[in-house]
Ligand binder design. Sequence first.
Ligand code: UDX
Length: 432
Amino acid sequence: MNICIIGTGYVGLPSGACFAELGNNVVCVDIDEKKINELNNGKITLYEEGLEEIFLRNLENKKLKFTTSIKEGLKNADLILIAVGTPPHPLTKEADLKYIYAAVRDIAKNLDHYAVIATKSTVPVGTGDEIEKNLLQENPKAQFDVISLPEFLREGFAVYDFFNPDRIIVGLNSQKPKKVIEELYAPFKNKSQILFVNRRSSETIKYASNAFLAIKIHYINEMADFCEKTGADILEVAKGMGLDNRIGNRFLNPGPGYGGSCFPKDTQAMAFMGKKNDVNLSLIDSAIKGNEERKDKIAQKILSCIDDLKNDQVAILGLAFKDGTDDCRESPAVEIVSKLLKEGVKIHAYDPKAMELAKSILKDQIKYAKDAYEAIKDSSLLVILTEWKEFRELDLNQISSLMKHKKILDFRNLLDKEKSLEAGFVYSGVGR
Ligand code: UDX
């Protein structure tokens, strides 16, 4: 199948490479000339576990191509995937669809044959209808079907999730595009479930899923606060809760709050849609507020553990919004560091993948270490903010010999509490 993907970000690029890996001819289109040049020259523009290999293989065998020309991208395309950003509007926080409609205008001007146009980007309910109207206004003769094909890939696990999806949701208002989708996902037949629903339901499923997961994290974070006050241990509580199949054991890890390019933006967009439709979405409102406040509370907790603001240095481990990615968008770690900087805290930080992107935000306000131990050296407080697995393996004896004061605030519960206490640390996890 010939596929054109518009947008080469965290959704478009992994999807493009993986669809090419399945034998499709994929052309990725982006307006960013520098990015397209880099990609054409074999330089991958984002970090994603296992992606580079697939990207290079398919670039070489010409199954995967990159261009800034929409005309070239649309040539013979059976399927057009729109995978551009839908960032929050700075004032209203609703999803800003300017990139979607710019892509739609480009498609309308250049489409000269029937194609299925799918939104992979997360778009508000009813956007499919608007896209259809816009296309026909621009080009009354255009032949197409607009479907919703929401993306559920997690950053850092995009390749794994692509080949092992829990479900594939397809929103369509007519039967014609079904064939293209069945052909596209034929290789997945035994592995997952394709659910065909109407277009508005599909658009809603994406928001409802992300908001639900954000609420789940907010809930476990509140339970962690409760455990801290009452002497219960959140790890035991979460384990006990998770044994109930109705609850499930995933997404019950307390931490510094959810971040990234999806949960914060999608919860806010959903809250906006609730207000617009006069529907009370109080759980979502509460998760948004609680998640914001959490970062303040954590910054305050860190500040309260610093004895000498002028001379003490704080080691921060983790800057990405979660493990497995270099992405720092809406990263609780970066936001907490920014709050600490306002209070004059001296910071030496390390992240396995996100140093470059963190630097572009935090500039030279903090020191950047080559590894975790370099960040820890001469620090009076060690703070863990991102759930990188390699932080679990840190050698407590080595940390102990490097630090000025032996204090740890572990906001991801990565280190062994008992062993840390035995090694003479003042240790505080989250919810225990
Ligand atoms: C999310 C959805 O999971 C994915 O299906 C959708 O397509 C895009 O949005 P992603 O943003 O990559 O994916 O991150 P995810 O792994 O869901 O984590 C989001 C945030 O929640 C991170 O900051 C993470 O650290 C935090 N989190 C997650 C917790 O604090 N506790 C948990 O138990 C799980």
